[in-house]
Design a protein around this ligand. Structure first.
Ligand SMILES: *Cc1c(COP(=O)(O)O)cnc(C)c1O
Length: 588
């Protein structure tokens, strides 16, 4: 395909004289073959970097190597989850940098190196990702394992990892000779980078008083994105732990700066205290975050997904034929409103067959491509209520009958230490076994990860989400579905408050007083809206797919999102003024 003129001039100078943006994230989904992510946060980070590379944003990223990978999930026939490590070798994907830096952990000096992975954008612009690694001979056995396990170990291990990520990463940027103008903390895990900046500002170690001017200097360089809508979800450590691992002087300094609350060192408070701009990840989440931290002006930038990563191959071909400019300008996806209905249906049919083929290969179960197929795949946390659909089995069976058959595809991992999450998986699999008959087929697929996520979101007919409000900060899997023209049926939480246009992009599950009430709302929407439309003329379903793609694919993508980060966070018109927070108008 021909590049347009503006594409040839990439990377564009968005901020003349401006240095790099250094993006810090505990997890980044870089490449499907590298198990360096667990779920939504890492996917968002990866999609952010992919769009930054496409758009030519001068950005570099820091994360940990996670040499033992995030775990691989195994499910027994009766739904018991077991886990395997997924060791991988950074040397097979990355280039080792010569630079070394040190951090102090529990009075030990730990040496850190970095592996560089070059993420190349659609026009050749490179976003380097530095994977920090402590597996070096100079370190003790324990310290060599600090960058092994993503979200593994206890809170002591976590705090030590956060020192490597935040302080090690900031020092590594320096050692690599990078000129950084903006440090972006993607979630609180990287908040300690501000401490490294403050200390380098003060010209030394952890002692001494920092004045408000010193803090302001650091603030001027830092921006922060929070992803957590409930207080318990924020990363916190006891003061005792902090004194022991981070050090007494540093802990005292952070306490003086107001970063200890309820006797706990709070990473979100550190990040907020040291950032000139902070945001939540959807309009509603910004609002919830401001209520949680009334002292901080928290804006919102709604998440997105990277279009060419999540569009199925057949759908990409369809778009290349009719709207070729989508590859360089996601706004053009709006023109999907005019895609030929028959081609839309055929394209989705091919994607659905690919998905069902994979289901057959994995499970031996042959599903019917003509039958209405629902998808539900996400981390098996109890607030996501994976079993809401099974609240009234008789009613679900009646719906399956009404629809002439119903297929439900589940997937999702529970964190190894999350016993209730594991129990949820077990109960979904048990119920699936009991309920499945000729009309209703429920399948739980093992090891939800990048590839399966792409197949599921593109190949099902309806994407279902049932979080308990307000626990879903944003959610992004429904955005992947929307890009592929797949409507959502979801509780009005997170991104869906913005994304739901009833009957045009999917349907809302109305709020209920409790789980039982919301299960009723889910059934009634299936009976009254989803199934009748699916059984009606195929052109009507094709019409729904077009409006879904046009309205939501053109907006909930990371090209739009990254441009908002550039404008609002990285390169605001008035960088020295505190963020202007507008109260968004929301239906909810
Ligand atoms: C997109 C994605 C997620 C995040 O989706 P949610 O809607 O937040 O659940 C998690 N895991 C994988 C593998 C994904 O592809």
């Amino acid at each position: 395909m021909q590049l347009t003129l503006s594409d040839k001039s990439l990377p564009y100078q968005i901020f003349p004289g401006h240095g790099l943006v250094a993006y810090f994230s505990m997890e980044i989904a870089i490449n499907p073959a590298m198990p360096t992510y667990s779920g939504g946060l890492g996917m968002l980070a990866g999609d952010t970097l992919r769009s930054a590379a496409d758009l030519g944003v001068p950005l570099v990223a820091f994360t940990l190597a996670h040499r033992k990978g995030y775990f691989q999930q195994h499910l027994s026939a009766d739904g018991e989850q077991t886990e395997d490590v997924q060791p991988w070798n950074p040397a097979n994907f990355c280039k080792e940098e010569a630079a070394r830096v040190t951090v102090s952990v529990e009075d030990r000096v730990v040496t850190v190196r970095a592996w560089r992975y070059d993420l190349v954008g659609r026009s050749g612009h490179v976003v380097p990702i530095y994977l920090l690694d402590t597996d070096l001979d100079v370190n003790s056995g324990w310290d060599r394992g600090l960058t092994d396990h993503l979200y593994g170990g206890d809170t002591n291990y976590r705090l030590q990892q956060e020192i490597v990520l935040g302080m090690g990463g900031a020092r590594m940027a320096n050692a690599l000779g990078l000129t950084v103008s903006v440090y972006h903390m993607n979630e609180g895990h990287a908040a300690l980078l501000t401490l490294a900046l403050l200390e380098s500002q003060l010209g030394g170690g952890p002692q001494g008083a920092a004045t408000e001017t010193d803090v302001a200097q650091v603030r001027n360089k830092c921006v922060f994105t929070t992803h957590t809508p409930v207080p318990a979800g924020h990363d916190r450590f006891s003061v005792e732990q902090s004194i022991r691992i981070l050090g007494g002087d540093r802990t005292a300094r952070l306490e003086r700066l107001g970063c200890v609350s309820d006797g706990l060192l709070n990473m979100t408070l550190i990040a907020l205290r040291f950032s000139r701009y902070a945001n939540g990840v959807a309009l509603q989440h910004g609002k919830v975050s401001r209520a949680m931290f009334p002292e901080a002006p928290i804006d919102s930038i709604t998440n997105g997904v990277h279009a060419s990563t999540w569009l199925s191959e057949p759908m990409q071909q369809l778009l290349d034929t009719h709207i070729p400019a989508w590859r360089y300008d996601n706004l053009c996806l709006r023109n999907a409103i005019d895609l030929p209905e028959q081609e839309m249906l055929q394209t989705h049919g091919r994607t659905k067959e690919t998905l069902l083929g994979e289901v057959a290969a994995r499970t031996g179960l042959v599903l019917n491509p003509k039958v209405l197929t629902l998808g539900f795949a996400r981390r098996a946390a109890t607030y996501k209520r994976a079993s809401l659909l099974f609240t009234d089995p008789e009613r679900l069976l009646a719906i399956a009958k009404q629809a002439g058959g119903l297929q439900v595809l589940y997937a999702g991992k529970a964190h190894p230490q999350d016993a209730p999450g594991k129990e949820l998986i077990r109960s979904v699999i048990e119920t699936a076994g009991k309920l499945s008959n000729d009309l209703l087929r429920v399948v739980y697929l093992e090891n939800y990860a990048w590839d399966l996520g792409a197949l599921l979101t593109a190949g099902v007919d309806v994407w279902v989400n049932t979080p308990r409000r307000p626990y879903e900060a944003s959610g992004t899997s429904g955005m992947k579905a929307a890009l592929n023209g797949v409507p959502s049926l979801s509780v009005l939480d997170g991104w869906w408050i913005e994304g739901c246009i009833e009957g045009l992009t999917g349907w809302a599950i109305e709020d209920g007083a409790d789980d039982a009430g919301e299960a009723l709302a889910l059934y009634s929407k299936l009976e009254s809206a989803v199934v009748p439309l699916y059984l009606d003329a195929p052109e009507k379903w094709a019409g729904l797919m077009r409006t879904t793609l046009a309205f939501n694919g053109s907006y909930f993508n990371t090209d739009r999102m990254v441009q908002q980060y550039v404008r609002k966070a990285y390169c605001p018109l008035k960088p020295k003024v505190a963020a202007q927070v507008e109260e968004p108008s929301l239906a909810n």
